[in-house]
Design a protein. Structure first.
Length: 205
């Protein structure tokens, strides 16, 4: 009787152990896939960091004066994966647009439907970093190579001028080159061959 009782107690404890193990494995597998809210926050931090890196480089060049040049690098993780952006922001065929008005905007936009740029709330998809260089190129297609028509930009419809990037084509380490060449106009470009953003500022231009 005592042996049987010990055996039953052992089986009972063993079953509890197995159930705890299975439950912990389920929790582990669930946590390995970040939730929509967590993923959106991580992407937002990365997008804000990219905007800050560009604005900081522009501010350095502007402070140093004509002939100055700054090269910086920014590591991309989440912004390189269109599936992450789609999941976090509920958008199809996502594109990354970079524009400038007194600072750098990094926007995560829908590539196939009416486009809205939101600066706050649950639908926030635009991230901004101020710069010392005070110019408005938000709709200037002479400065930027791309244009998106009829964008709802925080409640105002504009024809948005920008550098338009495909997340899947971005490198792990994005090179950003900012220069003040007085002989060249203000210009922003993305060189897909060298995988770098090239910017020239010209406060007098």
């Amino acid at each position: 009787m005592r042996k049987g009782q010990i055996s039953l107690e052992f089986m009972f404890l063993f079953m509890i152990f197995v159930l705890m193990l299975v439950y912990s494995l389920k929790l582990t597998s669930f946590s390995s896939s970040p939730s929509q809210d967590v993923l959106a926050a991580q992407i937002g931090v990365e997008a804000k960091g990219l905007a800050s890196s560009i604005s900081n480089a522009i501010s350095q060049v502007y402070a140093q004066g004509p002939g100055a040049k700054v090269t910086t690098y920014y590591r991309l993780t989440y912004l390189r994966d269109p599936n992450y952006i789609e999941k976090a922001f509920f958008i199809n065929n996502p594109i990354i647009c970079i524009s400038y008005r007194n600072g750098t905007y990094v926007m995560l936009l829908n590539g196939t439907e009416p486009i809205s740029v939101n600066f706050e709330g649950v639908n926030k998809n635009a991230f901004f970093a101020m710069s010392l260089y005070r110019r408005d190129f938000l709709t200037n297609t002479t400065v930027f190579p791309d244009q998106i028509l009829n964008v709802n930009f925080g409640g105002t419809f504009v024809n948005l001028a920008c550098v338009k990037l495909s997340p899947a084509n971005l490198p792990k380490m994005l090179k950003i080159v900012v220069e003040w060449n007085p002989e060249i106009e203000n210009i922003w470009q993305y060189n897909s061959t060298s995988q770098e953003i090239v910017i020239n500022i010209n406060p007098g231009g």
